[in-house]
Design a protein around this ligand. Structure first.
Ligand SMILES: Cc1cc2nc3c(=O)[nH]c(=O)nc-3n(C[C@H](O)[C@H](O)[C@H](O)COP(=O)(O)O)c2cc1C
Length: 217
């Protein structure tokens, strides 16, 4: 399904590192993000909107790379600083990427994807029918174990805020690139967490569908 329209897709980026099994997930190195690209910030802000109708055209590797870097990539290599702010520099939000090829975890430091599941779980990333059509559903997961010395109330508050900054970066990248996107709170969090095999310290915060607008090839 993902390999329609002649685009290579995520699977094509898999390293031939041997067989896939739970202990040794496949590692996918993403192409370097493109910095000299896109609309002006003001134009992107003018164009930002939520869209819920997606083409089944998959995202080419360079677009996925740009999307993830914009979301929460490393923009200061010396310090490991990221494109979105993070309370106390906890960097507690993990960006999971659900595609037809499986579920991946974005490794910002190496600008790579780690395969977590080989199953297509897109339909289970939300409660709305379009989530199955979007080629990419991002899932923002907070790891509370990184939020040291915080009260439970602060963990919930700061994780929600930090996920919101990442989501807005994605919104602006999508507006700049002509992609459709909608951030989603309508998620069956506990069921999804079980499916994703999350640790007890990890909480699903939001999901975000991304793809080309319906009707575009
Ligand atoms: C925290 C949050 C959760 C949202 N959850 C959903 C959702 O589950 N499903 C959905 O279709 N839209 C969701 N939205 C999108 C809003 O409905 C949308 O932003 C609002 O209608 C304004 O439209 P606009 O984004 O085009 O300006 C959510 C937005 C936010 C900020």
């Amino acid at each position: 399904m993902l390999h329609t329209h002649g685009e290579p897709g995520v699977g094509a980026l898999l390293h031939a590192d041997g067989p896939t099994h739970a202990a040794e997930p496949d590692i996918i190195t993403l192409p370097a993000p493109e910095m000299e690209h896109g609309k002006s910030l003001m134009q992107a802000l003018k164009d930002r909107q939520s869209s819920r109708e997606f083409s089944d055209r998959k995202l080419p590797p360079h677009v996925l790379s740009n999307l993830l870097w914009a979301a929460f990539g490393v923009n200061r290599s010396k310090t490991g600083g990221r494109t979105a702010p993070s309370a106390h520099e906890w960097h507690e939000i993990e960006v999971y990427v659900s595609t037809a090829d499986g579920l991946y975890l974005y490794d910002a430091r190496n600008h790579a994807l780690k395969r977590v599941l080989t199953r297509d779980i897109r339909v289970e990333t939300g409660l709305q029918s379009f989530v199955a059509d979007a080629p990419v559903n991002l899932i923002y997961v907070a790891d509370h174990s990184r939020m040291v010395e915080a009260t439970e109330e602060d963990r919930i508050l700061y994780a929600a805020a930090d996920a919101g900054f990442i989501s807005q970066n994605v919104c602006l990248y999508c507006a700049s690139e002509g992609l459709a996107t909608v951030v989603r709170g309508l998620v069956a969090r506990s069921a999804l967490a079980r499916l994703m095999k999350l640790r007890p310290s990890q909480r699903v915060i939001l999901a975000q569908s991304v793809g080309y607008p319906a009707g575009t090839r």
